[in-house]
Unconditional design. Structure first.
Ligand code: PHE
Length: 370
């Protein structure tokens, strides 16, 4: 019966080799992964000690017991040594980290390229607000969900006006809609305040419109002034001051007759093309002004008597003119002008932006340019 004996000898030999060899194998491992690999070569499923364990079936009873005890003792020894070496490596790594200089506090900071800044629409809005404030206008705020009475009726829109149609406006419930313009603020001021007053109303407005130059939501800014004896000349003076401040001194302004239900007379305002205007004020003509030399920027006019009437002002018999010389008509004490502009349009002109959608996509590559 040589074979079991030989196996017994062989196992004893293998155990000795392993016991003598593992300490230097572990200490040669200088990082965690190498150590774990080495440990697996000994204790793992296909490890050397596991292989020895598998051969024990061939050994007779008593001897098997003795060798089994030796194998288990070696297993515990290897496991303990592994844990110790693992702890030592972790301590060495920590020590190295603490004593290295991971960052240099004296290095100058890298310039931040992602700092926030105002959206181009906000920039234009703030600029326009500042201009009108300096001209004596206050800011009047109002809701975006408005009753049709304030958005249409009191502004003299007939009930069958196309703007009141489902196709053109966003209706909510019970005669309410998302306001289609900031002119609702004219009504809100005139039904709650006593003139004289001058306000601007910046805000978002909504229309069923969607193409390269129209968005279903966009920004408007309304300006209106109510006092005795206000004339078209006052309106034009304000427009010229505004154009000079926003587009540069001497920017020419012209009024073209136009129609809005709440102004009479009504006009559209053009400014001399900002793209092809030359030093001497002449204009070469370009694609943006369609070679006319003029660009439309806003709508305006004298507040229609019907609006005053709808808002309970200028009631016949109740008028008291502060200066009788101003009197032209018994029922017309208050007069005023109004103007309304689209801020996207102004920003597109200002910065040469070809598509309105760029303002709403919030692509940082676009926004970073302003
Ligand atoms: N509310 C008009 C519009 O949205 C603009 C406007 C305002 C026209 C004030 C005249 C006076 O088109």
């Amino acid at each position: 019966m040589d074979a079991p004996h030989a196996t017994h000898e062989a196992i004893e030999q293998a155990l000795t080799t392993l016991r003598d060899g593992y300490p230097s194998r572990f200490s040669a491992a200088t990082d965690e992964q190498t150590l774990r690999d080495e440990n697996a070569k000994i204790l793992g499923k296909k490890g050397e000690l596991t292989a020895i364990l598998k051969q024990m079936g061939a050994i007779p009873g008593d001897a098997r017991k003795a060798i089994g005890a030796k194998v288990n003792a070696l297993r515990v020894e290897v496991e303990t040594a592994f844990d110790q070496r693992l702890a030592t490596l972790a301590a060495e790594l920590r020590h190295a980290e603490l004593h290295a200089r991971p960052f240099d506090l004296t290095l100058p900071a890298r310039t931040l390229r992602a700092e926030g800044h105002a959206h181009p629409i906000s920039q234009v809005r703030e600029e326009v607000i500042a201009i009108f404030k300096s001209l004596g206008f206050g800011v009047f705020d109002g809701p975006e969900v408005e009753h049709e009475v304030n958005n249409f009726t009191k502004l003299g829109f007939p009930p069958d006006h196309p703007a009141t149609d489902m196709q053109d406006s966003f209706w909510t419930t019970d005669g309410h809609l998302l306001r289609t313009h900031t002119s609702n603020i004219q009504v809100r001021a005139m039904t709650s305040m006593t003139p004289p007053f001058a306000y601007i109303a910046p805000g978002t407005v909504y229309r069923r419109d969607d193409d390269a130059t129209h968005s279903p939501m966009f920004h408007q800014l309304e300006a209106f002034l109510v006092d005795e004896n206000v004339s078209m000349a006052h309106l034009k003076g304000i427009l010229e001051a505004f154009a000079a401040r926003l587009f540069g001194a001497g920017t020419p302004v012209r009024l073209r007759p136009s129609y809005f239900p709440f102004v009479e007379p009504g006009a559209e305002v053009d400014i001399g093309c900002v793209f092809c205007r030359k030093e001497d004020g002449t204009r070469a003509g370009c694609n943006l002004c369609k070679h006319t030399g003029w660009i439309e920027v806003l709508g305006c006019g004298m507040i229609d008597p019907v609006v005053f009437e709808e808002c309970g002002m200028n009631v016949p018999g109740e008028q008291k003119f502060s200066d009788p010389a101003l009197r032209r008509d018994e029922t017309q004490k208050w007069t005023g002008f109004a103007l309304g502009m689209g801020l996207e349009r102004l920003a597109m002109l200002r910065y040469g932006v070809p598509n309105i959608r760029l303002f709403f996509e919030n692509d940082p590559r676009f926004l970073a340019q302003f």
